[in-house]
Design a protein around this ligand. Sequence first.
Ligand code: PEP
Length: 248
Amino acid sequence: MSTLVIANWKMNGAVASVEAFAQAWAGVANPEKVSVVICPSFAHLSLVREAMPRWVQLGAQDCSERTSGAFTGDVSATMLSDLGCQWVIVGHSERRACHSETDSQVAQKAQRAQQAGLQVAVCVGEQLWQRETSEHHQVVAAQLAGSLEGVSPEGLAIAYEPIWAIGTGHAASTQQAEDMHGQIRHCLAGHYGEAAESIKVIYGGSVKPATARALFASETIDGALVGGASLEADSFAEIARAGTFGRK
Ligand code: PEP
């Protein structure tokens, strides 16, 4: 199993900055046993596809739960596949919070994505108060149960992203991440049986070049979803290279 490293550029970037990033990555070789995915905004998908080395996979940050029709502003999974995307992130905490997305909507998005032939990274994670009141295991288990309804284990990844670690500089400790990844694996085995073994469980939340190698060395951490540190070409290249030191 390769280490999966996904960049989430969120609503950042411009034509010039994407071109500069791609230029910096022109000489970056595909690190051994690492799958790298870049998820720019919808607006920059084609540019990233054209400008980045071919070994870098393309992903989107969201897709519609519907297939087509009068849904102004939405982008379907089929459109993403048509543009060359191989991946889509669904259920990111920012979408759950800012767009009130529910677990059932997240499951529908994942289903549409799989029907369009995309691989899907489903995000889950608790808020700080939920961890402080020891509800984090229960919260994440409920998110998984709701967000994976009708979703196939094939081409599926789960991104554990504690909300309190996203963009704060306060990453979960390896121990905290391992503990939750263990429980996620347990939930996945209950949901999918043996087929769950192919599902990657990756960590997201303030991953930096300095911390990536130790993270990837963990038995239960199959990769990372990287926000802030993926915007800078050198730091994301360093994180991607650290994937080679995953235990797989
Ligand atoms: C994210 O938003 O998915 C994320 C992990 O962000 P950051 O790396 O900046 O914490």
